[in-house]
Structure formats: C-alpha cells, structure tokens
Design a protein around this ligand. Structure first.
Ligand code: ACO
Length: 436
C-alpha cells in the first residue's frame, strides 16, 4: 500500500489526546484512512453498519468507479473483455492477474475441461432433495457437499489445494447447476461434452437430452458467455465479503463458496434478477404497459414497501456499464429468437424510460443495474426464473475464489471479526422465575 503525504488527525471535544492516522493511496479511487490502531490508542471503535465508508481489505482484482459507471477487471474495461474475450479468458485473468497468451489459454481450457464431471455419488446426494426445492437451496447444499467429495483440495492454506479447488469449482459449477435443473424437471442428467465451449457445454447440459443430438445456437452461446463475463466479479459486494469472512476462519474453499452462494440468494443481491422478472410478470398479469404509471406510484410511496427491482445499486450512481452490454445482448437474443415484440421486454423498456426521466429516480441516482436485462435474456434462452440466481452463482464463483485466494495470500490477513456498539442491558442478575 502506498502511504500518502497527507495525514488525518482525529481530535476529541473532551480534550482526550489527538491521534494521527496514516492515509494510503490506491492506484485509482478513494484513499483510505488506516484506523487499525484506533482501538488500542483511544479505546474507541468506528461505527459503520453496512460498510458505507469502510474498505475491508486492499485488493488488485476489480475496480468500480460508481460515479463514472466504470468497471475494470485487473485494469481491463468490462466493455473490452465482454467484446474481445470469452468467459474462460476472464477466469484466467481474475485468477492470475493478466490475460492468457495463446499457450496459456489452451492449457487453461484443457485444465478446466478435465474437471467438468462431478463425482458420480453427487447424484445420490441430489436425490435427497424434494424435486420442487429452490435451485439455490440445492446449490448451497451441493457446493458445500463438494468438500466431502474432494478431500485433496480442502486445505485453504495450501496454494496447490486452493488452485485445484478453484479449477474444480469453475469446471463443476455448470454441471451442478444443470443437474439441479434436470433433477427438478425429472429429466436425465447430461454428462459434460468437452469439445464444446464452456457456455455451449452448459446449454447442452441444460437443454439437451440423450435422445437426440443437441446443436448449440451460437447467438445464445455468446449471450450466456457474456452473462458469465459480466457477473464474474464485482469487488467487495455482500457475497464476496461473505466468502472472505467465511474463508478467514480457515474453512475449506468449497464451504466458503457455499456461504457466498447462500448470501447471493437474497433479493437485494443476486436474487434481484429473479425478483425483477417476477415483478415484470406481475405487472403484465395486471394489465401490462397500461399499469406502469400505477406501479411507479407504488414504488415512489415509501409506505408501500415496493421497489423497482433491477434499479439502484450501492456503488453505481450512474448507468451500470454491465446493464448497457446486457441490453445489447438482450436485443440480439430477442431478434435471434423472433421475440422482438415480447410483451415483457416492451414493459421493461417502458419502465426504464419512465424511471430515467422521473424526478424520484433521477434525484436518487437510481439507474438500471445488470439484473434488469439479464433476467429477460435468460428467460428468452429458456432458463427458468428460479434458476437465474444459480446462473449468477456459477459466473461469480471465479470472482469469489480469486478474492479468497488474494485474502489468504495477503501477509496482513487475519480472521475477520467486526466489533459492535453495545446498546442492550448492562450486567444484571437473574431473578427467580416467580419474581420476573
Ligand atoms: N426502487 C425504489 N426506490 C429505491 C430503489 C429501487 N429499486 N433503490 C433505492 N431506492 C431508494 C431508497 O428507498 C432510498 O430512498 P430515500 O433516500 O428516500 O430513503 C434511496 O433510493 C437510496 O437507496 P438505498 O436503499 O439507501 O441504497 P442502497 O445502496 O442501500 O441499496 C440496493 C442498494 C439494495 C441495490 C437498492 O437499490 C435495491 O434494493 N434495489 C432493488 C434490488 C436490486 O435490483 N438489487 C440488485 C443489486 S445489483 C446486483 O446484486 C447484481
């Protein structure tokens, strides 16, 4: 970390001694004030629920400028990665720090492909679930369960174990997501086919059957690959911070990633694309575009508890760059499938138009996020709504594992242990039951 010449000084109105706090500069983005010695020197904690002003780590992986609407993976703009690279290039980049050359690229592809199958016992584990279980419930279990199947890659402190676990997770996630889907609809599992691309293989495992040859549609393959690239990492969001915190105890990588999957499930995070599509379908059922005005009034009424799902972001206070790319993909996919007049897409466009002009959204800097369009694309491809967050988890696995590896390799790494401002009862005595 690069120290800044500027120092922060903390002073107190009760005359307690002042304290100088070092400041560190990032490559880009806000500087940070180092408060690590604050408690030891002042006996006080900082208070920052929701981490609105707290950097929990230093990182070299992903940079977001929320005001500019900029997203960089290892310095490369998301727009360039989404148009010039594929998902496995992006995985290599996130894990290793730079894009692969031709040999590294083909070696990495071979390595991932070698790990696409899952232990045959996994299907018996899967059988314990109800057929109508939510895929995220199933995936949380299956991914946590990997630690019971792959004992030789569970030592988080061993770099070789972490590497093998990373490759296994990236390779097996599509297989597990597709298995969870096939189990739910009662179709046979499709084994991976390693001469297909990462996304092509996933499409086949999802929509192919053993009865006939599955032909991958290149437009859908590219669309899915783009969804994966756009969701691959997003710095210290809730699920990534969960993975880091969980992994900081020294637990195995599969358990830490399962914790990330559980966190991602929430509708304020990865569950938003599912919630967004459910919202569109609700409005459609109630009358579609003609009901948009009424719906927007509810969104703006604080007492209604209704939010415009797919809008707003903790960090982006400008257009989410991923939403722009996703909108492009959305147009391509709908055109390929002849769904340009899809009523849900029209409804989404109408909601977006109103929201971008409405004072409520403009003044709060609420713009569409990636989930606003990714749900429509996935639905057009034929992915069921309740699997959307599973697709997000598949794509984000590489980001989680890259962040976990970065944390474990950091010489300053410590178990994560936030503190609190205690406002409950002070010490008191238990009274006999009759006197309470
Ligand atoms: N619809 C209506 N109002 C909204 C929305 C929304 N989608 N998002 C934020 N607001 C309002 C808030 O009510 C608040 O209003 P106020 O200042 O009058 O109280 C103001 O905008 C600021 O919002 P916060 O909730 O303080 O912003 P925060 O950073 O805490 O939340 C979040 C961000 C959780 C993403 C929020 O915008 C939201 O719930 N959006 C809908 C869910 C969603 O799409 N999530 C996807 C996130 S992206 C991802 O995970 C890939």
């Amino acid at each position: 970390m690069t120290p800044s010449d500027v120092k922060a000084t903390l002073s107190f109105s009760d005359g307690s001694p002042k304290m100088d706090l070092p400041i560190y500069k990032g490559t880009v983005g806000p500087d940070v004030i180092d408060i690590r010695k604050l408690y030891a020197q002042t006996g006080k904690f900082t208070y920052d629920p929701g981490f609105l002003s707290t950097a929990s780590c230093n990182s070299t992986i992903t940079y977001i400028d929320g005001d500019k609407g900029e997203l960089l993976y290892r310095g490369y703009p998301i727009e360039q990665l989404a148009t010039q690279c594929d998902y496995l290039d992006t995985c290599y980049l996130l894990l290793n720090g730079d894009l692969p050359d031709a040999t590294q690229r083909s070696d990495f592809h071979k390595l991932v492909i070698n790990h696409t199958m899952v232990n045959e016992q996994m299907q018996f584990f899967l059988r314990g679930f109800r057929r109508d279980a939510h895929p995220m419930a199933v995936l949380t279990g299956l991914i946590g369960g990997l630690s019971a199947f792959y004992h030789d890659s569970t030592d988080i402190n061993n770099p070789e174990h972490r590497h093998v676990a990373a490759i296994r997770l990236i390779a097996k996630m599509p297989t597990l997501v597709a298995m969870a889907y096939k189990y739910g609809i009662g179709q046979p599992y499709m084994y991976p086919k390693n001469d297909l691309s990462y996304s092509g293989n996933f499409l086949r495992m999802m929509f192919g059957t053993p009865c006939e040859e599955y032909v991958v549609n290149p437009v859908l393959e590219r669309a899915l690959d783009r969804i994966f690239i756009l969701h691959a990492d997003h710095e210290q969001n809730a699920s990534t911070s969960t993975v880091r915190l969980c992994g900081s105890s020294g637990t195995n990588p599969f358990a830490a990633i399962a914790a990330g999957v559980a966190c991602l499930w929430g509708p304020a995070h990865g569950g938003a694309n599912e919630a967004c599509l459910n919202m569109l379908e609700d409005i459609q059922r109630q009358g579609g575009v003609s009901k948009v005005g009424e719906f927007m009034e509810k969104v703006k009424d604080k007492n209604s508890g209704v939010k415009l799902m797919g809008f707003g972001h903790r960090v982006y206070k400008n257009y989410d760059p991923r939403a722009k790319l996703m909108q492009e993909t959305c147009n391509e996919v709908l055109a390929e499938l002849g769904l340009e007049n899809d009523p849900l897409f029209k409804l989404a466009k109408e909601l977006e138009k109103i929201a971008l002009e409405d004072e409520y959204f403009v003044s709060r800097k609420l713009y569409p996020n990636v989930d606003f369009y990714s749900g429509i694309v996935q639905r057009a491809i034929g992915i069921p709504v309740n699997l959307f967050t599973g697709i997000f988890a598949l794509a984000r696995t590489v980001g989680w594992i890259a962040q976990l590896n970065e944390m474990i390799s950091d010489p300053e790494y410590k178990i994560g242990r936030p503190r609190q401002l205690f406002v409950g009862a002070a010490s008191r005595d238990v009274q006999p039951v009759g006197e309470r």
